[in-house]
Design a protein. Structure first.
Lengths: 355, 195
């Protein structure tokens, strides 16, 4: 608590797009309640602050910290450890902090390839082949920039996290509910949920909240939504062949995307009890493919040009196989294959359904 | 049932006592392939002991997460076996397994795991010999690929941020050797990651 008796609040962005901060500001007039109920000590998006001020704070002096963004470099890591030390309640806020999100897809490539893509591809004008260096002696003094970690990590993979709030970004209505709860807790009118809980989201799936009708459990072909001339507004998108992540994605958003005619992309992460969102999703998809012969199955699956990106768009950095693992470490022999190359048929001994 | 004798035995094992022995997990279904393994045992058919069998009620019970976890915890290969199509005890759940494995293999391949490390095998309860032959073939295919080396610290990991940045600066594709101490943070145990 601060001198005026208000709980102290901080919000920080690590490796993220800033959308989580915007989502918090997007709670509209309730932001005034936040400003009235809390003393905001550190929030780079909305006010000036210096890391040194936070470093000077005693342990546990910030009551609530919302940490958005994942841990991509040593600056992110330093702030994660610093805010863990200085915060009573640390919330992994948003998809990046809780499961890696889009930046986590970079874990499929070694750091050198990632940097090469950023600095050397055709769309980049870099005639001097400039690459980032950790420190540089400028006339005004030494300039240091953060260095990239070999692999992107989620917040809970580097420090202990009290709560997880999923979403890319978390829906503002859910944020408002959490703000109300926290204000009530600090006023002594409510109790915090058990440590480690997922807050600001449901326990079921997006399909449960989706109003679209599901009858048929057969998919004859997958198509991209851009390539579809007409979609039935009342029927399940997956049934119409549009890859939709609803079956394995936690509810909490109110199924906004399917309601607007766009497929769920899975930003709330896996629902309760799901160990690996991508695995659950691919299981759901393959269960409804309308084919029995290996060739037909392969042909239908060719409609999913990037299965890895489809199933692990948000959860790769938290997945069973790719959690905190540098790409180059995955396989002692071959560099990771990012595009699917034609491989041998699935099983040499199960080449067909005929005996 | 002509398949029992048509399959050649597995290729010769590499000479020398220090040959790489792949660690493999095999998921079998209760009704056909586990009984085939049983038959291979009672008939005293010799086949490589590399595959650790786990019995499921049906190959359709296989959650793709089982396979991912096997690889993550150090398996060099995973074999899934079930009844022949049309003979599933649960009508056609083995077809679901076929579809799941087809899609899962596309995903694991994109993550950097060779397709031959994840194989599907049909075997009826009477096909003990075939089961043994096919396990031998699969083990040799995985042996030829070498260790998966999906250790948590990563044998070829760039490790420290400095090493990663040096790599980034040189654009080299050949990461330097790394010791686990170079990793700036210990990777969390799988249970923590997935809890």
């Amino acid at each position: 608590m601060s001198d005026n008796g208000k709980p102290r609040f901080a919000m920080y962005w690590a490796a993220s797009c800033g959308g989580c901060d915007i989502a918090v500001l997007n709670i509209h007039e309730k932001i005034a309640e936040v400003a009235a109920a809390f003393e905001i000590v550190f929030w780079p998006c909305v006010m000036d602050a210096k890391y040194a001020d936070v470093e000077a704070l005693p342990d546990g002096s910030i009551d609530l910290t919302l940490f958005s963004g994942s841990i991509r470099n040593d600056e992110n890591l330093h702030l994660a450890k610093l805010l863990r030390r200085t915060s009573k309640i640390l919330v992994a806020f948003g998809s990046c902090a809780s499961e890696g999100c889009i930046p986590g897809l970079a874990n499929l490539s070694p750091v050198n390839e990632m940097v090469a893509t950023a600095f050397e591809t055709q769309s980049t004008d870099n005639p001097g082949h400039v690459r980032p260096t950790p420190s540089w002696a400028s006339p005004e003094g030494e300039i240091r920039i953060p260095t990239l970690a070999p692999v992107l990590r989620t917040l809970d993979q580097v420090v202990e996290v009290d709560y997880i709030m999923p979403g890319c970004p978390p829906e503002s209505a859910r944020i408002a509910e959490v703000v109300d709860l926290v204000i009530a807790v600090f006023a002594g009118r409510a109790e915090l949920p058990p440590k480690g809980s997922v807050i600001g989201a449901g326990t079921s799936t997006v399909c449960d909240q989706c109003a679209r009708q599901r009858d048929v459990k057969k998919i004859a072909a997958f198509t991209r939504i851009q390539a579809t001339a007409h979609l039935d507004p009342a029927i399940c998108l997956l049934e119409q062949g549009i890859p939709c992540s609803g079956p394995a994605t936690r509810d909490g958003c109110g199924a906004l995307c399917p309601a607007a005619g766009a497929p769920c992309i899975g930003c709330y992460g896996g629902s309760d009890g799901v160990m690996d969102q991508g695995a659950r999703l691919l299981s759901a998809f393959s269960s409804v493919i309308d084919a029995r012969e290996p060739g037909d199955i392969e042909r239908i699956l060719d409609g999913l040009p990037d299965p890895l990106g489809t199933f692990y768009r948000f959860g790769l950095a938290r997945s069973i196989l790719r959690a905190s693992r540098p790409a180059s470490a995955g396989n002692g022999h071959e560099p990771p294959v990012t595009a699917r190359a034609p491989g041998p048929a699935l099983a040499g001994s199960a080449g067909g359904t005929d005996r | 049932m002509s398949t029992t004798t048509t399959h050649a035995p597995a290729g010769p094992a590499p000479a020398g006592g220090s040959a790489f022995e792949p660690v493999m997990i095999g998921f079998t279904c209760n009704w056909c392939s586990y009984r085939a393994a049983d038959l291979a045992g009672t008939a005293r058919i010799k086949y490589p002991p590399n595959v650790r069998l786990i019995r499921l009620m049906c190959s359709g019970r296989l959650d793709p997460a089982f396979v991912l976890k096997a690889f993550a915890e150090g398996a060099d290969g995973v074999m899934v076996s079930g009844c022949w199509p049309g003979e599933c005890h649960y009508i056609e759940q083995n077809i679901k397994a076929l579809r799941r494995l087809t899609l899962l293999r596309r995903v694991t391949e994109a993550m950097g795991i060779e397709p031959a490390r994840l194989q599907l095998l049909w075997a009826s309860a009477a096909e003990g010999q075939r089961f043994a032959n096919e396990v031998g073939r699969i083990v040799e295919e995985v042996r030829a690929l070498g260790p998966l080396a999906w250790g948590r610290d990563g044998a070829r990991s760039p490790g420290s941020v400095e090493a990663a940045l040096a790599l980034a600066a040189t654009g080299s594709s050949d990461p330097p050797p790394v010791s686990p101490a170079d990793i700036d943070q210990p990777a969390p145990a799988l249970a923590e990651v997935t809890a």
